[in-house]
Design a protein around this ligand. Structure first.
Ligand SMILES: [Zn+2]
Length: 134
């Protein structure tokens, strides 16, 4: 099992900033996740004009789903400078809808001091559970 530090290094190795035009860029953010199957998946952001594209987290999750897994154990994401980055609201929602078990997924929010948070702490009131018992 990789340590968070090893996951961060892997994510940093995936950074590959490319500007494709005035409004287009890729590889400015990179993510690595550990699936419930024990495998690791990486992804980078793809931001294109007119709001087309997606975050590194969803890119990594897509690679995991392509491999037949839907549940995330741990997640790290880094910005262009290699610093940990929390997931945006869209990615939080995406992961919760992908599998309710992802509520237990851990995210590295800060490296020093190390701060780790579960998705259910970042999204304490999922819309699909409103009005239901936990
Ligand atoms: Zn996002």
């Amino acid at each position: 099992m990789m340590t968070y530090e090893e996951m961060l290094e892997l994510a940093r190795s995936k950074l590959n900033p490319q500007r494709l035009g005035e409004y287009d860029s890729t590889g400015l953010v990179a993510a690595v996740l550990e699936g419930a199957n024990g495998k690791y998946y990486a992804g980078v952001n793809i931001d294109l004009a007119c709001g087309i594209g997606f975050c590194a987290e969803r890119s990594a999750a897509a690679a995991m789903v392509t491999d037949g897994e839907r549940t995330v154990r741990r997640f790290v994401c880094v910005d262009a400078e290699g610093k940990p980055l929390p997931p945006c609201g869209v990615c939080r929602e995406f992961l919760l809808q992908l599998s309710p078990e992802n509520a237990r997924a851990e995210f590295l929010l800060c490296e020093k001091p190390k701060k780790i948070c579960r998705l259910e702490e970042l999204m304490p009131h999922p819309w699909y559970r409103m009005g239901q018992d936990k």
